[in-house]
Design a protein around this ligand. Structure first.
Ligand code: GRF
Length: 217
């Protein structure tokens, strides 16, 4: 059984998508052992409680340094059963100590077709750049922000009359399909990280020049 700890800071709609997917697919051998938030008011904590998942708040404002916060985070996670750390809208930059501690066991979802549009305001920036496609990427977390090996991408069109908000909503729907798919592959032990590569069944992604991609239906 793949044991996951999900880290959030806010709404937690991706967390909800993972919870719902696991409920609907009993054959996926994975469970969420805890949800951790750095914000006490994150709505995702309510979602977790409603799903009977233990919640933990580690409020970053109570710590004097990033290092102290991350040390507490490590101590907390290491007391839990955790094979995979799933970042789902966790809005904190992590220290190298934290990342090295869990290297190869952390995944994140980012709202762009990486390596395009790392960082914030990705929907605005994709529209401003005149892109015709946008989307989201599930990737391993490494020392460089939003630059770890890409596992899967979900592609959506950018329509001529899109605003950042309409585009964000379309990308979110794709995120909610993509993240559970990636987790299912982990549960089947098909994914791993080696250096700068994400491996699927031991072979580096992308396979045959194709990213492991979902397209909008
Ligand atoms: C998502 O857009 C995700 O790509 C980004 O943070 C957002 C989290 O949304 N990393 P939610 O809290 O899951 O609704």
């Amino acid at each position: 059984m793949l044991k996951m700890v999900v880290l959030i800071s806010g709404n937690g709609s991706n967390l909800q998508a993972i919870i719902d997917h696991l409920k609907q697919h009993a054959d996926i051998n994975a469970t969420i052992t805890a949800v951790i938030s750095n914000r006490p008011d994150a709505f995702g904590l309510t979602r977790a409680t409603q799903a009977n998942i233990p919640t933990i708040v580690i409020d970053h404002k109570q710590f004097t340094s990033r290092e102290a916060f991350d040390t507490e985070l490590i101590n907390t996670i290491d007391k839990l059963q955790c094979d995979l750390l799933v970042f789902a809208g966790f809005m904190r930059i992590l220290t190298p100590e934290f990342i090295n501690h869990y290297l190869g066991r952390m995944i994140n979802i980012h709202p762009s077709l990486l390596p395009k549009f790392q960082g914030v305001n990705t929907h605005e920036r994709a529209i401003a750049a005149g892109e015709t496609e946008h989307g989201c990427s599930v990737h391993f977390v490494t020392l460089e922000l939003d630059s770890g090996p890409i596992i899967m991408q979900g592609v959506v069109p950018i329509e001529p009359n899109d605003t950042p908000l309409t585009l964000k909503e379309r990308v979110h729907l794709m995120e909610h399909r993509l993240y559970p798919e990636a987790i299912a592959l982990f549960a089947q032990k098909r994914l791993s990280m080696q250096g700068n590569d994400a491996l699927l069944d031991g072979h580096p992604l992308p396979l045959q020049g194709q990213q492991y991609q979902l397209k909008e239906k």
